[in-house]
Design a protein around this ligand. Structure first.
Ligand SMILES: CC(C)(COP(=O)(O)OP(=O)(O)OC[C@H]1O[C@@H](n2cnc3c(N)ncnc32)[C@H](O)[C@@H]1OP(=O)(O)O)[C@@H](O)C(=O)NCCC(=O)NCCS
Length: 160
């Protein structure tokens, strides 16, 4: 992996939001990322920016946003543990395998550590080999597959 020397990782400002959103549209196409419970839309970006701006990071080179990391803190009732959930991590495909995802993740992890988070979580589809490899390389363990099911309520009503 050759690390791009001119990459700056920083927290996002309001001026970055459109760039983050459009980059996410390019990366998280619904065909490839068909997670049922999460879809990429502008509210993902604006909501997080409003609620936890310190957890929205961008990677910038030559005044261009080429990657981002977005996460949230989950506090569990009656638990001494709190969790960091890295919700979205994306790197412009033109800049992949240059260590940018790694830089973004490292900064995100450092921020979480400084906030006293004890456990980080990520999720992605089981067949997303680049991401699964990436996260294993970053030290994540115990990949577990989930089963998503749907119930078509309209069909059910019609058959009654
Ligand atoms: C996953 C992703 C963020 C990685 O970003 P990146 O900047 O290309 O990653 P890095 O260059 O830091 O790679 C670090 C390591 O991850 C692994 N990795 C990254 N991309 C990989 C790929 N396409 N295939 C296999 N392993 C890969 C490798 O071990 C790599 O180290 P190496 O290049 O020395 O072999 C990027 O591929 C991406 O945006 N994917 C689409 C969105 C996504 O799936 N996000 C994660 C879930 S939200």
């Amino acid at each position: 992996m050759s690390i791009s020397p001119d990459i700056e990782i920083r927290t996002a400002t309001i001026d970055d939001l459109a760039a983050v959103f459009h980059l996410g549209e390019k990366i998280f196409t619904s065909q490839e990322f068909s997670n049922l419970y999460r879809t990429w839309d502008e509210y993902e970006v604006t909501h997080l920016f409003n609620s936890e701006p310190e957890h929205l990071l961008v990677a910038e080179t030559e005044e261009r946003v080429v990657g981002f990391a977005m996460g949230t803190v989950i506090e569990k009732a009656r638990s001494a543990w709190n969790y960091g959930h890295l919700l979205w991590l994306g790197v412009d495909p033109c800049f992949s395998r240059r260590g940018i995802g790694s830089l973004l993740f490292d900064r995100f992890r450092d921020i979480m550590l400084s906030e006293g988070i004890r456990m980080l979580m990520v999720d992605t589809q089981a067949d997303n080999d680049p991401a699964v490899n990436f996260f294993i390389r970053k030290g994540f363990e115990n990949p577990t597959e989930h089963v998503y099911m749907t119930l078509n309520l309209r069909k059910e009503t019609e058959s009654r």
